[in-house]
Design a protein around this ligand. Structure first.
Ligand code: NI
Length: 390
């Protein structure tokens, strides 16, 4: 008998006997001294739903990767560490509830704060009026996602600003004739009309056409007209990545220089398309982007009368008239041109180049008028995907 009592006592002491717990209001039997986590696992977390693992920006990395459940013991919420190390005891009253979302591990670092960009619109000519400056900020970087979240600005970045003005020259009535997409076989014809009339214009040449016909580009400069860039190959610039965009601009400048000896950073973006993102990616290699105030729509070849009407409608001091000396048959343009010039002259207009319009206006920076990109020392471009608008 004594042997049996001793044996039972030994079994009891070594463990192996069960105790009664209350979990979520139900009675549950468990080995005395068992790990709490093992008891919960054995009962499939008592139906608790796990939380999610979130990135530092709140993206879901793992639907069930967060805290698996929470535990209250005798009405007190246990920490994760307490849960991990606790053992059950007879009479425990536990509440096992749903888990919680957990943020991925992260580290803090100090990085460059890129400037933002503010782009004015509505004017015919746009240029950088304030260069961006880098700042510094402390960020949290997710170990899994690589995402960053700003924690603290240490040094404020200065925004890049793009101004947009329509020339308003002082002291007279001035207008600029502009021709895009050349040089072409029609360029000599257009130049002959201009020479006949004693008028200078501005030609936005394509670099690729200047490479094919350097003499056509040189003839523009020799005639006293102004040469500017329509970029290399007439790409729609907002569709290009940063490197391709910069190459379209740089290669055109090189091709025009090779043909004529003139270096210009004055551009007219094909289709006029030059958004905040293009300024952010290439503002430092552009003096200005020149749009137009009158569109002759000569590329539609609507007949010389319609071209004359379109070109003259609403012309005022500072107007920039868009025509084409390339990109197709331009006989109608050449035919309309003398009538456009004669009518404007009768109305008292003087013909100047685009840079002369800017110079007469007085508000444009000197380097812009000189056709130079002139970023200030230590400037920083905005982030590649900037899309600022004013
Ligand atoms: Ni064009």
């Amino acid at each position: 008998m004594a042997v049996v009592v001793v044996a039972i006592a030994l079994v009891w002491l070594i463990g192996g006997h069960d105790v009664s717990l209350t979990v979520n209001g139900e009675q549950v039997m468990a080995h005395d001294g068992a790990m709490l986590t093992a008891v919960i696992a054995e009962h499939e977390a008592f139906g608790a739903r796990p939380g999610r693992l979130l990135s530092v920006t709140g993206a879901v990395l793992d639907e069930a990767g967060g805290l698996p459940y929470t535990v209250e013991r005798a009405g007190v919420r246990m920490t994760a560490e307490e849960v991990a190390t606790a053992r059950v005891e007879a009479g425990d009253t536990l509440l096992v509830g749903n888990g919680a979302d957990v943020e991925e591990p992260s580290t803090e670092e100090v990085v460059i704060a890129h400037p933002n960009i503010v782009v004015e619109s509505g004017g015919a000519i746009s240029y950088v009026s304030q260069w961006g400056r880098a700042g510094e900020k402390r960020v949290k970087r997710g170990a899994t996602s690589g995402e960053t979240v700003d924690i603290e600005v240490l040094e404020e970045a200065r925004d890049m600003h793009v101004a947009s003005l329509t020339p308003n020259p002082a002291g007279g009535k001035y207008v600029a004739l502009t021709f895009d997409d050349g040089p072409s076989a029609y360029t000599p014809q257009i130049l002959a009309v201009l020479e006949e009339e004693g008028v200078r214009a501005t030609f936005f040449n394509l670099g690729a056409e200047a490479e094919k016909s350097p003499a056509g580009t040189k003839a523009i400069v020799d005639a006293g007209s102004e040469l500017a860039s329509h970029t290399m190959a007439h790409a729609n610039l907002p569709t290009l990545d940063k490197d391709s965009l910069r190459a379209e601009i740089d290669r055109a400048t090189e091709a025009l220089h090779a043909a004529s000896g003139v270096t210009t950073r004055i551009i007219r973006a094909p289709y006029g398309a030059f958004t905040a993102a293009e300024w952010a990616r290439a503002g430092d290699i552009v003096a200005c982007n020149v749009l137009w105030t009158q569109d002759s729509r000569d590329w539609e070849r609507p007949g010389p009368d319609a071209i004359v009407d379109n070109a003259l409608r609403g012309v005022q001091n500072g107007s920039i008239i868009l025509m084409h000396d390339g990109g197709g048959n331009r006989e109608q343009t050449a035919e309309a041109l003398p009538r456009i010039i004669d009518t404007l002259r009768e109305q008292g207009f003087e013909f100047v180049t685009v840079t002369e319009l800017m110079e007469l206006d007085g508000r444009f920076p000197k380097h812009v008028v000189a056709g130079k990109a002139s970023p200030e020392e230590g400037f920083e471009l905005p982030d590649d995907d900037a899309t600022g608008a004013a």
